[in-house]
Design a protein around this ligand. Structure first.
Ligand code: BGC
Length: 669
């Protein structure tokens, strides 16, 4: 939170330029057909995507670079941030803004002016290979945080790209599968984060590889032309994912504004289509305007790029921020008998166990979003640094397990680090940690009752050993400051306040998409037949208790909720409550507001409609206020293709997670 001010940057108000539309129109009026066509076609190298400079008219080149966890695509000498899933676990809007802003600063210094992120697809399938890049399973949480990332990125004069539009929720057969989604589900589950990006002024949206209701996403009139450009009122440009274009005329006429490599459907083919009248010159003008407007409005004609990919952009304040983000996004899942935080006055020997602890720390996911870390503070290093010379910190890798168990048995406490990762291009086969890591935990805990398990993962994992382990922490993918961030939490220098953005299931059979044949689809058709029942909505509707619910996360202190007040008028509702820190230490609570719509609305039992993160000293109390407007009280009505306020009795739940509801009430609209 406080670190945002540490980041050196250009003041965002310097960048907001006047009359971008008018200036774009003037520029367009001077452009030849060839110049226009050149502007809507990117090529590969040296950046992931490159649109050439127009020397005659002084239009700067576009350098497009991944991605959502820092400068990617094999580029070096930059910060390897925690994954977006870690940052969103902080439920801290200011941190999400700071994250976007800091990433954009590095991209700009590297010469990038279009950042290929945020990745805003909903984590529908827990095995999804790209869930680590996402903002989790809930559209409301995603929307709030995605908007902050976009604002942060664009505050630095870098165009943000919300990707992948739309319904790119699995990697399995991603280029051939049709995501078959009904209209209401689109608007209530899969579109809100894109709408939030549009409302935040995002310059660009990337259409995805998959088909949507049988038409490719980059030539889909319904999703691009009607939903995105008309109903969501998106004014920026749609770029294709790399190789996601399949046609010239259909793509151009249905809403694609810029083709990225390696396909070649724009360029000469587009010029021919225009000459033959198959694509109108007005449509080409629209494409170019949509690109020029964000360039003008973000100041690209005033602040010319001078950066290049080989510049070292590892700013010292970014290392501090990366550590802060990773610690703030760490979730304390379980803490029986308050075994944590570690009490250095009582400890003599700590055993750090597992490959993830030092030998092979997992800090990032794979694929286009993969960032090359220039250093990694391993958990062992972080713990040794913090523990100091009076505590012996020993280490054993996962194998041989007998040695690991012996070392654990002879220490005062064992901290087992386990991990798994995933990558673009393929989903995880299952949600197990794999590599004998479950066995390792069972062996260690059978000889050492004071066992803490730290999990690094790109999404939910199964924990068959959960009931036998007193303390469990999840940091998702923590980035280069891995060890420092986890030491901050283990020793209580940072009181954990992260909350899960995804549900953790008890067992494989419980995972929603395993219960019905909808994933990965049949004959390349993935029916989203679960409709609105994504993530915790499914668990609630089926009355199934997961292992760790959405929104769950403990603290080293406790919070008491009291005095809920609800007042409603027609179409708006005010809700407030008092929250007190009743423990011994400073801490933060994420107060979550869920509402249950009138039964006639056909909604899941409850949905997140607000949250506030508050920081409280022991004994202090804060009143939290929520305001629900028309939008929050509406559901998508397919008969009018628009939002409509539901009428009847709404239920209100305020709580510390989606399952730990402390105060309830109701109101009637
Ligand atoms: C990914 C995009 C990425 C692009 C450029 C594609 O494979 O799906 O997310 O931005 O490559 O690297």
């Amino acid at each position: 939170m406080l670190l945002a001010c540490l980041i050196s940057s250009r003041a965002s108000n310097e960048l907001v330029q006047e009359n971008p539309e008018k200036r774009a129109q003037q520029m367009l009026s001077q452009m030849t057909l060839d110049e226009k066509v050149a502007m809507v076609h990117g090529s590969a190298g040296p950046y992931a995507g490159n649109v050439p400079r127009n020397d005659r008219l002084g239009i700067p080149p576009l350098h497009l670079e991944d991605g959502p966890q820092g400068v990617a695509d094999g580029v070096k000498l930059c910060t390897c941030w925690p994954s977006a899933l870690t940052v969103v676990s902080s439920w801290d809007v200011e941190l999400n803004y700071a994250f976007g802003k800091a990433m954009a600063i590095e991209q700009w210094l590297k010469g990038t002016n279009v950042l290929l992120g945020p990745m805003v697809n909903i984590a529908r399938v827990p095995m999804g290979g790209r869930n680590f890049e996402s903002y989790g399973e809930d559209p409301y949480l995603s929307s709030v945080m995605v908007a902050q990332s976009v604002l942060g990125i664009q505050s630095q004069g870098v165009i943000a790209t919300a990707k992948h539009y739309a319904d790119n929720n699995q990697e399995f057969n991603r280029s051939s599968t049709s995501a078959n989604v009904d209209e209401r589900t689109q608007w209530e589950i899969y579109y809100p984060a894109f709408q939030a990006a549009v409302n935040a002024g995002v310059g660009s949206i990337m259409c995805s590889y998959n088909r949507i209701n049988n038409t490719y996403a980059c030539e889909n009139h319904q999703t691009l032309g009607i939903d995105l450009k008309t109903r969501m009122n998106f004014k920026g440009f749609v770029m294709s994912d790399w190789g996601a274009t399949h046609s010239t005329v259909d793509s151009a006429n249905n809403g694609l504004d810029m083709e990225m490599p390696s396909s070649d459907f724009f360029g000469e083919k587009l010029k021919l289509a225009i000459r033959e009248g198959k694509v109108s010159s007005e449509r080409l003008d629209d494409m170019v305007l949509r690109i020029l407007i964000p360039m003008f409005s973000l100041g690209m004609f005033e602040y010319q790029q001078t950066g290049s990919l080989d510049v070292d952009v590892r700013l010292p304040e970014h290392a501090i921020l990366a550590r802060h983000l990773a610690a703030a996004g760490t979730v304390l899942l379980k803490n029986k008998n308050n075994i944590l935080p570690l009490d250095t006055s009582k400890l003599k020997r700590i055993a750090v166990i597992g490959n993830d602890g030092d030998k092979d720390p997992v800090i990032a996911g794979g694929g286009s979003g993969h960032v090359i870390a220039s250093y990694v503070i391993t958990p062992l290093q972080g713990i040794r640094n913090r523990a100091g010379p009076s505590i012996n910190v020993s280490y054993a890798a996962t194998e041989p397990m007998e040695i690991a168990a012996q070392m654990a048995a002879s220490a005062d406490v064992a901290i087992v680090f386990v991990a798994t990762t995933s990558s673009e291009g393929e989903d995880r086969r299952d949600l197990y940690l794999g590599g004998g890591q479950d066995e390792l935990i069972s062996k260690v805990v059978s000889v050492q009752p004071n066992t803490i398990v730290v999990v690094h993962t790109p999404g939910a994992v199964l924990m068959p050993w959960e009931s036998s382990v007193p303390a469990i922490i999840c940091g998702f993918l923590p980035g280069q400051e891995d060890g420092n961030a986890i030491a901050d939490v283990l020793f209580g220098d940072v009181n954990p306040s992260g909350k899960l953005p995804v549900t953790f299931s008890i067992a494989e059979e419980q995972i929603p998409v395993n219960t019905i044949p909808q994933y990965p689809g049949i004959d390349n058709e993935a029916s989203y037949s679960e409709g609105l029942l994504v993530g915790y909505r499914w668990y609630d509707a089926k009355r199934v208790a997961p292992l760790f619910p959405f929104g769950h996360g403990l603290s080293y202190t406790d919070f008491h909720y009291d005095k809920i007040q609800i007042s409603s008028s027609n179409e708006s509702v005010e809700i407030s409550a008092d929250v007190q820190n009743i423990g011994q230490v400073f801490g933060a609570e994420v107060v979550q507001l869920y509402i249950g719509y009138p039964l006639t609305a056909g909604e899941p039992p409850k949905v997140l409609r607000g949250f506030q993160k508050i920081f409280l000293q022991p004994k202090s109390v804060q009143t939290v206020n929520f305001s629900l407007g028309k939008k929050e009280l509406s559901v998508w009505d397919v008969s009018i293709h628009n939002w409509r306020v539901s009428t009847g009795e709404f239920r209100v739940y305020l709580g510390s997670s989606s399952a730990d509801l402390r105060l309830t009430g109701s109101f009637t609209i």
